[in-house]
Every structure is written in structure tokens, then in C-alpha cells.
Design a protein around this ligand. Structure first.
Ligand code: B16
Ligand code: MG
Length: 214
């Protein structure tokens, strides 16, 4: 029986990937190397600290722990400038409608995101009051594919894992859902999100009724 839907934020509710990309590219360029949109795919669902490590490896750029901390903070400042421009129009197709349908049917909702900027983004797009629980990068210690973020969300909702469905756009996120013992709807391409129970291009392409029978 379906009791709760847990949504990843970036790539499921809102498309922030382009802003992450611009800020990381600006950092890479400031260090003297380039960072392509294709390479940016590797950062989806990955924490800020781990993203920086990946970028520094791409540029073959060594940095001390202190330097890395400053770089991550600089990237986040640039990222915050970019997401400061976001409005409710940046909500991905079908996302708000799907969350509202959950409410009508008595299905609980939560956000399960790696982002430490979750609350800022949700208030920018006007969805900060729409979820029963918000578990973000400030509340977890282990990154996806560890199931911690989704298990904590289920706990806050007081629902068992087997009654939850996760919505994820990243491979690591789908794995985290599997590791949590939850069903998972992939948002993206079936060839990429092979471990999901179903894959759709956006929340506009699936109904709550279909999710119940996954
Ligand atoms: P921040 P999600 C993830 O969010 C993003 O997909 C990933 O690209 C980003 O590096 C990570 O959040 C951390 O974000 O720098 O804002 O803390 O997909 O788990 O909602
Ligand atoms: Mg995501």
C-alpha cells in the first residue's frame, strides 16, 4: 500500500542543474581549465564536497583541504546568485500538480535531497509549505547511494519504507531508494536509470494511481 511519496529536489521538482553547471564552470575557468556540460552529468545527486573533488580531478588540479573549502564556498556564492533569480515558473512540468494530488488522496509527501540549499530553493519557487517533511543535505551525514536521506524522510513521516515511493533523476539516488527498500520512479531516461521500477520524462507523465501499482 502506498502511504508516502518522497521527492528528490534538483532534477525532479526543479531544474537547478544548469545553475550548478554555470557556477562550477566559473570555478573551473577561474582555476584555468574548462568543464563541459557533459562532464556536469557526473555531478547529479552528488554532494558539494564530492562534486568539487570530481572537478579538481578533471582539471588535474591539486588543492589543500583549506583551499577546497574556499573553492566550495566560492562556488556556492555564485550558485546562490543564480538561484536568487528563480521563480515558481522554474518548477518542472507536473511537479506541483503531482504533490497536490498526493494531498488530495491523503498520501504524505517529503523532500529527500543532497542539497544544503533546499529551503532557499523551495521558498524561491513557492513550495516551502507543500511538504510534510524536508530532509536535506544539512540533515544527513551519508551521501546517496546511502539510503540515509530517504530512511530519515520515512521516519519523519512515520511511514514504513515499504510503503514509500521515491522520485529520483540521478543514478546514485535510484540506488539509494533501492538500498532503503523503497520503490523508485526514475525521472529521465530508461537507459540511464536502469534500476528504477519505472522511468518517465517528468512528473507530468505519470499519475498517482499508476504509482500505487508499481
Ligand atoms: P548544494 P538533489 C543535489 O541535489 C544536486 O543534484 C547536486 O548536483 C548538488 O551538488 C547537490 O545537491 C548538493 O547541492 O551544493 O546545493 O548543497 O538532486 O539530491 O536534490
Ligand atoms: Mg537530483
Amino acid at each position: 500500500e502506498l502511504k508516502a511519496c518522497i521527492f528528490d529536489l534538483d532534477g525532479v521538482i526543479v531544474d537547478t542543474a544548469v545553475h550548478h553547471y554555470k557556477a562550477w564552470k566559473r570555478l573551473a575557468n577561474s582555476l584555468g581549465f574548462d568543464f563541459t556540460e557533459e562532464q556536469n552529468e557526473q555531478l547529479k545527486g552528488v554532494s558539494r564536497v564530492r562534486s568539487l573533488e570530481i572537478i579538481l580531478a578533471i582539471g588535474n588540479h591539486a588543492a589543500t583541504a583549506g583551499e577546497q573549502e574556499k573553492m566550495a564556498a566560492q562556488k556556492n556564492d555564485w550558485y546562490l546568485e543564480l538561484i536568487g533569480q528563480m521563480t515558481p515558473e522554474d518548477i518542472l512540468p507536473g511537479a506541483k500538480e503531482f504533490v497536490e494530488a498526493c494531498k488530495v488522496e491523503g498520501i504524505k509527501t517529503a523532500i529527500g535531497s543532497a542539497s544544503k540549499n533546499t529551503l532557499t530553493i523551495l521558498s524561491k519557487i513557492g513550495l516551502d509549505k507543500h511538504f510534510d517533511a524536508i530532509v536535506d543535505g544539512n540533515k544527513v551525514t551519508k551521501a546517496k547511494p546511502d539510503p540515509e536521506v530517504f530512511l530519515n524522510a520515512a521516519k519523519e513521516l512515520n511511514v514504513e519504507a515499504s510503503a514509500c515511493v521515491v522520485f529520483e533523476d540521478a543514478i546514485a539516488g535510484v540506488e539509494a531508494a533501492n538500498n532503503a527498500g523503497m520503490r523508485c520512479v526514475g525521472i529521465g531516461q530508461p537507459a540511464v536509470l536502469t534500476q528504477a521500477n519505472a522511468v518517465v520524462p517528468s512528473l507530468a507523465s505519470i499519475t498517482l494511481n499508476e504509482v500505487k501499482y508499481l
